[in-house]
Structures are given as structure tokens and as C-alpha cells.
Design a protein around this ligand. Sequence first.
Ligand code: ARG
Length: 576
Amino acid sequence: MNIQALINDKVSQALEAAGAPAGSPAAVRQSAKAQFGDYQANGVMGVAKKLGTNPREFAQKVIDQLDLGDIAEKVEIAGPGFINIFLNKTWLAKQAEEALTDARLGVATQEKQNIVVDYSAPNVAKEMHVGHLRSTIIGDAVVRTLEFLGHNVIRANHIGDWGTQFGMLIANLERVQQESGEISMELADLEAFYRESKKLYDEDEAFAERARNYVVKLQSGDQYCADMWKKLVDVTMEQNQHNYDRLNVSLTRDNVMGESMYNDMLAGIVADLKAKGLAVEDDGAQVVFLDEFKNKDGEPMGVIIQKRDGGFLYTTTDIACAKYRYEHFNANRVLYFIDSRQHQHLMQAWTIVRKAGYIPDDVSLEHHAFGMMLGKDGRPFKTRSGGTVRLADLLDEAESRAKVLIEEKNPELDTAEKTKIASTVAMAAVKYADLSKHRTTDYVFDWDNMLAFEGNTAPYMQYAYTRVSSVFKRAGLSESELTHPVVITDEKEQVLLSKLLQFEEAVETVAREGHPHVMCSYLFELAGNFSSFYEACPILNADEPVKQSRLKLALLTAKTIKQGLDLLGIETLERM
Ligand code: ARG
């Protein structure tokens, strides 16, 4: 149950009954401090101001109308007119019991929507770079969260698998095959293969001629070129799949819906935009002028959708792609996890999509942008020599660093277990470091921070999980043997319980806003609340029925942390 939403509804009703205009926001939020109760309604002051009445007096009127049933124990006015709501202990305890016996921890499913999520989107014959890493990790966490809430999620890996560069790539692949017959070695380093192709194209006129010829053939559906193209896609996606698997990212080959998929739609789109009077010819190219965007002279910006030579552009593809996602998947929402530098590109494509009427207004197209990954020096993340960091190398380094740490912490474990723990911690650390930051800002990639066992990090959260679940294990009781009900005897218990029941609020926020850091902060606070509870309230030495009640709180905490980390794509360990 989403308690915040429930209370918000009730306060909204009370506001209206007290004379507020319909739809006045109740603005119910989780309280920042236990002394302000569990929730706070902040909307009263704004309404009172509008009505020209005294806010504290108006707050009293709202409280007189407020019917929270058995949910609240105390409701009081604070400061200039806040309403503080303290949840009822018996009610809280009852909710905890329900969450414990439910595989979904009491989280309701939402009305099912078709949601397309565009994420990862690396380019063929190129290494995945750090920008793709961010998109992959953040997108996958949101995908998992949406699925947990019961939505039909379509993972769309919009890989860069089309364009004139394929001419030179095919020509080079052909050369390699003829010279060595063996392509796997040559393609192991795709970045080098790409650079080599480019060099040949620039320096060898015969090669360049062949390459241009292959572009034309590929576009006209020639079988030989199509086969060569497919080899390049296969090799690239095999390498990427290896990274996805290591990172516990749920993408598979079936989720690939690359740019090439929309190729056949493009001519029709341009013709349609011309027929609708949106596209006009300008210096031989087809251009859509948009009043919504101004160029540096203050004139409507021209977005090219077809070049003079007949070629289409990245924007044309994204117009077709959005249309397809609505028509083919009957999408209610389409979420794009792409670098913030592509914001204008997307806005232009979608403005055209809306003007052309390809997608109804109630279908949302959402750019969930993120900033850059920076090195410790505050500059874009690069290797020491200034090159792009290969994702596989980055993950290898994470593993070797985690190994050293685990060796220090747990020298007594056997090698196999140490290796398993190190790789789980390493992948979690890389992911969590990214997920826990507000995604719109740039973030600094720092090994020491992400692998620390203190603070809002993966090792801390994973360790918190093993610690909480070991408390329960040490009691030697199975879940079904916990027959005494939850009772609240201490304020720390109440604070922990109230936080536990806010899990659903965190899940829904991530699903709505696409901000996984909300889940990270929630779990970090939860772990903190558990520590305070654990310090203040003995568990194993407590007398019954308090002992069982506290064990239940520990159990629910462990389950919630595990579920929350799982939604982030982070694995837990029973021992570390
Ligand atoms: N392949 C692109 C890049 O590497 C990202 C594609 C994002 N998705 C999209 N629909 N444009 O920058």
C-alpha cells in the first residue's frame, strides 16, 4: 500500500470539505524527522493564503474534516500551518504482518501499461563507451522496477547498426577474410578494426571506391553485403552480451531493435511530412522548420530529414522509431535513457512526431537524460593515454580491486568463494556508484569511493543485507515458527517499521520519474534505521513475544533490502 498516496487523498478530501478550491494540492510528504510524525501535509498554507484566512485556523478546520480511520494515532498542527501525522502503532504492525507474508512485500501492482524503454544502444564495430554504460545500468534498473509493478515492458536496444560507415567496414571485413580466412582474432578489438577501416578508406582510393559501392549495395538489399553486415552486428553484440551478462543486465540479443529496422519507413515518412506541408525543399535537402527552436539568428531552426544526396539522418530514424513504437507496441509510455547532449535532437524529432500526428498526446515520450562520467580530475573519463575506456577492461579492474579487498577482509574463505564474492561486489560497486547519483548531473568515477564499505555504496548495502539476514539465521527459527504478532515497544522500532512500509513509495517514484537514486537513498536510510534499531533494541536476548516481533522486523528488513537491490539489478550474498 502506498501510504503517502492514501494520506494525500484523505487530506485532499478534507481540504475541499474545509472550503479549499477543488484540486488544491495537499502536498503530503514523508516527514524528515520522527518528531514531525511519519507524514506531513504542507498544502494548507498555500490554500489559506489564497483564501485570505489564518493558516493555523484553517489547518484546524482541515483536521476537523480529516478522517484517517485507524491509520493515524495523532494529527497535530505545527509551525505556520503544517499538519503532522503520526501513524497508529497497531495499524503499522498489521501492515508489517501483511508485507511479510506477501511475496511482493505488500507492493500493489499498477494498472498495466505498455512501456517501451530505449536503453544501452551501443554502436556496431565500436566499443561500448562509458556513456553506454550509464544508459545500460540506469535503464535496466528502471525496466526491472516497471516490470515489478506489473507493466508490459519492451526493452529496445537501439543499436547504431546503419549508416555509410558500413561500406568501409564491409570492405575491410572482406579484406581480412581474404587474407587470413579467420575473422575472430581481427575483430576481438573492434575499436582497432574500426580505426583500420577508416585509415584504409582515407588512404587507399581503390578501397574507398569499393566501400562506397558497398554502401549503395547494402542499401539496395544486396545479399552479400547484408551477410557481411550481419557478421559485424553479430560479433559486436556477442561482445556486448558478455558485458551485459557480467553486469547482470537483463538485455538479450532479442531486444536488439537497431536503427536499420526503421530504414524501410524513412522514404515514406519524408513523403508524408512533405504532403502534410511540414517538410519543404531547401537547397536540395528536405527540411522541417520548427518555430519551437530558434537558430542563433533568432529564426526558426531547420531540421534536415533528408540530405541532398538522398541520405536520411539520425533524426529521421528517431521520428520513424517513435511512430513504430506507438503503432507496433501500442505504447503508453516510451522512455529514452540517453546522454543529455542528445536532448535537442530528441526534442526536435518528437516535435515533428507530434506535429505530424503520429502519436496521440496522451502517449508520453520521455527523455531521461544523464550527465557525463568524469575521471577524478573532473574531466571526461578516459584512459591514461586519453583513449576510450573499454568496458571489459573497466570491469576487470573492478574485479581485481574487489579481490584485494575481500582478501583483506576474509582471508579464511576458500578461493572459489572469495572469487565469487569479489565479482559480485565488483559489478555491484560499478552499478551502484552510478545508480546512487542523481542521474542528470555529471558524476566522478572513483574506485575508492565505490568500493568503500562505509557510506551509500554497494559493499555497504550488500553487507547490511548479510548482517540483517544473519541476525535472523542466528535465532535458529524458520519464518513459519514466528507466531507472535509484531508489537511496537520502542520508538526505534516504529521508525524502522514506518520506513519499511515506505518501500512502495520508493518503487513508484522510480517507475514514474526514472530516477533509481531514489531507491538507493531509500535503502541506505532503511539500513541506517535498522542499525539504530539494532543498537537500541536487543533481539536475540529479548523476551517473548518481543523477541519474535523484532525478528520479524529484521526479516522484513532483509527481504526489503534484497528486493530493492534486485530492482536495481544488484545481487546480494548470504555471506561476505
Ligand atoms: N547509438 C546512439 C549513440 O551511441 C544512442 C541511441 C539512443 N537511442 C535513440 N533512439 N536515439 O549515441
